[in-house]
Design a protein around this ligand. Structure first.
Ligand SMILES: [Ca+2]
Ligand SMILES: [Ca+2]
Ligand SMILES: [Ca+2]
Ligand SMILES: [Ca+2]
Length: 93
C-alpha cells in the first residue's frame, strides 16, 4: 500500500499522531528546524493553518469522512466515532 501524503511517521495511515507531527511545524518557516516542507502544501515557505487543513483534506478509504475525523482511516466505516475494527497486520493501539 502506498503511503498517504499525510502519513508523516510512515506507519501506513493518517491518524492523530501524524496530525500532531504536522502541527509541530505550524507557524514555522523554511530554515527553522521543525519546519516540515511536506506539510507546506502551498509551498510558500511557511506552514500555516490552511496548509494543515489542506494536508488532511484526504479521504483514503473514500467513506466520506476526512482523514482527520475518521477514526478508522483505512476502513470504510463512514463514521468518526464508534468501534474501529482491527486492521489486519497492524498492532492495535
Ligand atoms: Ca501515520
Ligand atoms: Ca504554506
Ligand atoms: Ca475516510
Ligand atoms: Ca473510515
Amino acid at each position: 500500500m502506498p503511503f498517504e501524503i499525510c502519513d508523516l511517521d510512515y506507519d501506513g495511515d493518517c491518524d492523530n499522531e501524524d496530525y500532531i507531527a504536522s502541527i509541530e511545524s505550524l507557524g514555522k518557516c523554511s530554515g527553522e528546524i521543525v519546519y516540515n516542507p511536506l506539510v507546506d502544501m502551498d509551498m510558500d515557505g511557511c506552514v500555516d493553518e490552511s496548509d494543515i487543513t489542506e494536508f488532511f483534506q484526504v479521504d483514503s478509504d473514500n467513506d466520506g469522512i476526512l482523514e482527520l475525523d475518521d477514526n478508522c482511516p483505512n476502513q470504510r466505516n463512514g463514521s468518526s466515532s464508534g468501534t474501529c475494527c482491527r486492521v489486519s497486520g497492524k498492532i492495535p493501539r
